[in-house]
Write a protein that binds this ligand. Sequence first.
Ligand code: A3P
Length: 320
Amino acid sequence: EKANMAIVFDQYKDRLATLPKKKGWISENIYMYQGFWHHSGRRTSVETVMALQDTFIARPTDIYLITPPKSGTTWLKALVFALVNRNHYQNHNLSTHPLLISNPHKCVPHIESELYRTTPTYVDPHSTRLFGTHISYTSLPQSILDNKCRFVYLFRNPKDVLVSLFHYANKLRDQSRDQMTFEEAFDMFSKGITPNGPYWDHVKGYHKFSLEHPKNVLFLKYEDMMIDTMKNVKRIAKFLGCPFTEEEEVKNVVQEIVRLCSFESLSVVSKHGNLKDGIPNNVFFREGKVGDWKNHLTDEMSRVLDEITKDKFHGLNISF
Ligand code: A3P
């Protein structure tokens, strides 16, 4: 896989050199490509986006779980994996469920990582493929749009996204670099300079797409999912064409899935070990709460972000 990555990075190095760049959150720089910022030289990077645009082939039955980073990707991957595969692991089989032994990112790959795999995750040409991605609407590989695939989009209060990203970036930051201060993180976030950001443009792109293609896109908010997870899991199941039967509801299958994918359950499974690219499994689990921004943002910072959000989401019927 390392060799595959080296080939891709080399192939796009001339294009990379022409892109605007800024200081990065984790690696040294981030680069502006098609209106969004990206890392370089890693699995999730601008070179990867370019290569996926050139080579990725979607199938009409594919399901894409799309999020701005730190909006609940790991949780969504677990929930959708559990509900789509529920007939394999129910009842007596639940003790062998993959989510009881593996990080959800291992169960549902990002298309960004799939690019470099020597053997693809999905070998059966008839199986429904589940993929995650952070790629913005404007940069999605054309094949995904042409095949009219289904998307579940999950977003979150930008103030909590900022806090989550701040902690995440400091944990993964190149060792040669000092830790970021929260002021620095706030400054970059509010200017839109975040991996796969500007955050607001990411949400707006998919929001517009969801209005144009309501049958293809389910638009979900982390805060709503937290208030009533069961209701939203049922919505996802219906949207994906595998609604829960009455019998399943009576047997508490929905509750079982929600419990299996709870912060408590997933974080215990991911206490140790790393993903393939060396990222520790536990870095995806911090607080898992709504409103932790209140412990980090000053009143002034909160006011500034509210103002940007109001302005950017004007007329969109999105509130937090
Ligand atoms: P916090 O840093 O605010 O705790 P992503 O998966 O997109 O990287 O997002 C990570 C955020 O989702 C983290 O937020 C993490 O704690 C939270 N999270 C992870 N698993 C969760 C779960 N099962 N339920 C709710 N939130 C979860």
